[in-house]
Design a protein around this ligand. Structure first.
Ligand SMILES: [Zn+2]
Length: 169
């Protein structure tokens, strides 16, 4: 099993039961087909729509980005701050990779695991530079698991395979 696949397996187990809120929603006002290009969760988009309807005679509707793999950044709702579903563009993957490779991260956080998973998503289709970076990231995750035995289960530091076995329990 390649180290990237191990990292993905690890994240899948950590993310069991976790779902970010919604795909990002935007508001379309119908005025010159202008969209309010803001990322909202569905609830906040509906609230905003109601607010706008008080002062506008134009038709206002809420649209959902069902295929948001254009995203260059991770996405949070602009109103309530909750995590939204997203897929990263290649540029987004590179910049997220850099972030993870140069900063500490907490694998106990499901939010962090979700963001890591977005970086590994469909890695086989990515170019060699991204794949090289992902191998580094997977190795770094292994180090984090080894070193964080205070934060994570005490057995995690023994080795990667054991760690995966343990979290499968
Ligand atoms: Zn929201």
């Amino acid at each position: 099993m390649k180290i990237i696949d191990k990292a993905i397996k690890y994240l899948e187990v950590k993310l069991d039961g976790y779902e970010p809120k919604d795909f990002p929603c935007y508001i379309s006002t119908g005025i010159n087909n202008e969209d309010e290009s803001i990322d909202y969760c569905f609830e906040c988009a509906e609230k905003r729509k109601t607010e706008l309807q008080k002062t506008s005679k134009e038709e206002i509707y809420v649209g959902e980005e069902i295929n948001p793999d254009w995203s260059d950044t991770t996405l949070l709702c602009d109103s309530c701050g909750e995590r939204l579903k997203y897929c990263l563009s290649p540029e987004g993957k590179l910049s997220e990779l850099e972030q993870f490779l140069s900063n500490d991260f907490d694998l106990n956080s499901k939010e962090v695991c979700y963001c890591l998973m977005a970086v590994f998503d469909d890695y086989k289709d990515e170019d060699i530079e991204i794949q090289k970076g992902l191998i580094k990231l997977a190795k770094l995750m292994r180090e984090v698991i080894k070193n964080n035995h205070g934060l994570l289960d005490n057995d995690f530091f023994l080795d990667w395979d054991k760690a995966i076995k343990r979290i499968n329990l």
